[in-house]
Design a protein around this ligand. Structure first.
Ligand SMILES: C[S@@+](CC[C@H](N)C(=O)[O-])C[C@H]1O[C@@H](n2cnc3c(N)ncnc32)[C@H](O)[C@@H]1O
Ligand code: SF4
Length: 386
């Protein structure tokens, strides 16, 4: 069980060694980063939130990016110290760091562990050298596997990401690759279907017809195959793209999907937190230089936080909660909002979704079936009243 006061801290490191052509995360390539200024800025922003939200109990910290494994372990250590100084932290505080599997970063794993990191999430993406080149990655498959091996030696908990539904990827090729990958899995794996995001080089190349990706039907088949293989390996899905053995779920991501509070610090980071009984949405300035300047001038790098109306909170809670296999606890939703989450849906459409088997029949939880998960975004648009 979790208490309503428990929450997480997300730290966004906005830099990468190179920009991958498919990625629209807020990440930038910069020469000569003045890391001392960055460390000081994170510390200042943390001070600001510690004063604003003293009641928060931190159960997870997540260094995301960008590529936070490029930061010096000392910077991570300063940030972790500040968090421990500012808040009561859970005894089993989960501290995750996203890492790229290049040799430079692997060498730093032990120092990150000493800094307090106790879980890494590696961006492996593929185990085929040709596809890694296509994805513009800086590592090959051999390096990726060595990184997983090192992660296993240094950390008790680690996860990795793969991107599937790549151009020309057949059912059999994905089955082979996933089975091979699962031999290196240790409790948790994230499996994303390749999406073509606007404002990325892949978008233009895809528009020009340079490559195509599996259509919806083929994508659905690959998704179903993914479920079959991961279940067989004891790592069933617990969220649309995340798989774990029981108890190995990423606690930080569960905070988002259960609509608990989290603070977001760093360029472009988002937060949702409760202050004086109101829920606020924060959004930090996206440009790294602007963010740094704002923190220097104001002590925090966010735009004016917006208070989130109860109706929007309910919708947000449903939208994120339905990503989880267990869905939304109807009792918890009632305790929080005084109403039933199913009231947000257009009644006839909800009945139809039940009839079609997209929503599971269950009085305790509101949850999607595997078929419903495949339709997640369009289904939400179809069902929600607003
Ligand atoms: C912030 S990145 C991971 C950290 C690290 N920078 C890396 O690339 O290894 C988060 C993950 O999102 C996934 N991702 C990013 N863009 C994607 C896209 N267009 N389609 C599918 N997955 C994507 C990748 O698997 C990536 O590892
Ligand atoms: S996938 Fe990772 S390394 Fe590549 S640009 Fe995005 S954040 Fe950077």
């Amino acid at each position: 069980m979790f208490s309503e006061r428990q929450g997480g801290v997300y730290i966004h490191w906005p830099f990468c060694a190179a920009k991958c052509p498919y990625c629209d995360f807020n990440s930038h390539v910069r020469e000569g980063i003045d890391e001392e200024s960055w460390a000081q800025a994170y510390e200042r922003a943390l001070d600001y939130y510690a004063e604003l939200l003293p009641q928060l109990e931190v159960v997870s910290v997540f260094f995301g990016g960008g590529t936070p494994s490029l930061m010096g372990p000392k910077t991570a250590e300063r940030i972790i110290k500040k968090i421990r100084y500012g808040w009561r932290c859970a005894d089993d505080l989960e501290i995750t760091l996203e890492a790229n599997p290049t040799s430079v970063e692997i060498q730093k794993f032990k120092d990150f562990r000493k800094a307090g990191v106790n879980r890494v999430s590696l961006g492996i993406q593929a185990l085929s050298d040709d596809d890694l080149r296509f994805l513009g990655r800086e590592h090959d498959a051999g390096e990726a596997l060595r990184a997983l091996d090192t992660a296993g030696q240094v950390f008790d908990r680690y996860s990795f990401d793969l991107i599937y539904a790549r151009p020309g990827q057949t059912h059999d090729a994905w089955a082979d690759e996933l089975e091979k990958a699962l031999k290196f899995a240790h409790g948790h794996i994230s499996l994303y279907q390749l999406t073509i995001e606007r404002s990325t080089p892949f978008y233009i190349r895809h528009q020009r017809g340079e490559f195509s990706i599996p259509d919806d039907v083929a994508g659905a088949e690959l998704f179903n195959l993914t479920q079959e293989i991961t279940e067989g390996a004891g790592l069933p899905l617990y969220e649309v793209s995340n798989h774990a053995a029981a108890g190995q779920e990423c606690r930080h991501n569960l905070i988002y999907w259960r609509y608990q509070d989290y603070i977001g610090i760093g360029p472009g980071a988002h937060g949702r937190y409760t202050h004086n009984g109101y829920k606020y949405a924060s959004r930090d300035h996206s440009a790294p230089e602007v963010w740094l300047e704002r923190v220097r001038d104001n002590g925090y790098g966010a735009h004016e936080p917006q208070d989130v109306s109860i109706e929007t909170q309910k919708e947000e809670a449903v939208m994120v909660g339905l990503r989880l296999k267990d869905g939304i606890s109807i009792e918890r939703f009632r305790n929080t909002f005084g109403s039933d989450p199913r009231d947000l849906f257009i009644y006839e459409r909800f009945e139809m979704a039940l009839h079609e088997g997209w929503i599971r029949r269950n009085e305790k939880n509101l949850a999607l079936s595997q078929e419903g998960m495949l339709l997640l975004n369009s289904l939400l648009g179809y069902l929600l009243k607003a």
